[in-house]
Write a protein that binds this ligand. Sequence first.
Ligand code: PHE
Length: 340
Amino acid sequence: MLEKIKEIREAMERELREAVSSDQLRELKVKYLGKKGSISELSKGMGKLLPEERPKAGQLVNELRQALEDNLAAKQQELADKAMELKMAQEKVDVTLPGRPVKLGSRHPLTLVTDELKEIFLGMGYTVEEGPQVELDYYNFERMNLPADHPARDMQDSFYFDAKRLLRTHTSPVQARTMDKLCPQAPIKMISPGAVYRRDDDATHSPMFHQVEGLVVDEGISLADLKGTLLNFVRQMFGEEREIRLRPSFFPFTEPSVEVDISCMLCGGKGCRTCKDTGWIEILGAGMVHPNVLKMSGYDPERYTGFAFGCGIERIAMLKYGIDDLRVMFENDVRFLQKF
Ligand code: PHE
């Protein structure tokens, strides 16, 4: 028995020394400590010993088991350390390398322009108003002096929900909503940016686009106030050298109505492709608030006058950033969006 224990111990120690993988260690554990392992066999053989031999043999078997367990654990640790060392040597981790950059989003050009518009007009003492995009025909057309059979409605065909509700075709209904809210208070000085909708779709028209409305109502407001305000706005948005010019136009809700051009920022007014050799670029429609519009909101047109303007935000962004196709704004291509 003692001979046998010694034999097993020597074999075990040799095999442990030679083991190079944790798989081998696992095999050794089974071989010696498993149910049918050599050490278990030894324990089973105890019964055949003389009673006086048993304590000594039992002690030796226990020592053997303990030694094996300790050695297995030590060897396991040794192998793990070696594996880690090898991995470190191979991977050559350079902890001084910069980390991987996290991709940051950027603001959409329309958001940039809208924010800038707000800054400019807040600076002139305007408030920012909001109106619904699903609008009543009543506000979109009637209150804008466009009764049901008015031919100018054809210019703004839209998407209807029913006979009374449509996607608003312009931000002008916010004029009436704001006047309703504030009447008889004056002055009103507000802008209202937001999405509008028309049945239109090509390189320069999108079925959904954005406008900013402007409205001022007070005693003694004149066309000169409109011109001065727009000149100030245009110079802050496009540069101090810009000039504006007003051309007669027609809108049912303004009288007189004007179309406003700015001197071309690309050629400085000499004439180029962008301004079609005229030196001027059309940017917005405006005019003095029609007396009917004031009256429908409860303002006495004999006492109060006002001006209004409406401007396409995509158009400003395209001119400001040199974008030549409107549609890229709504394609969500990151290569385009990352430029801002
Ligand atoms: N609502 C007009 C349009 O969409 C623009 C406009 C607004 C004109 C205010 C005059 C005054 O074309």
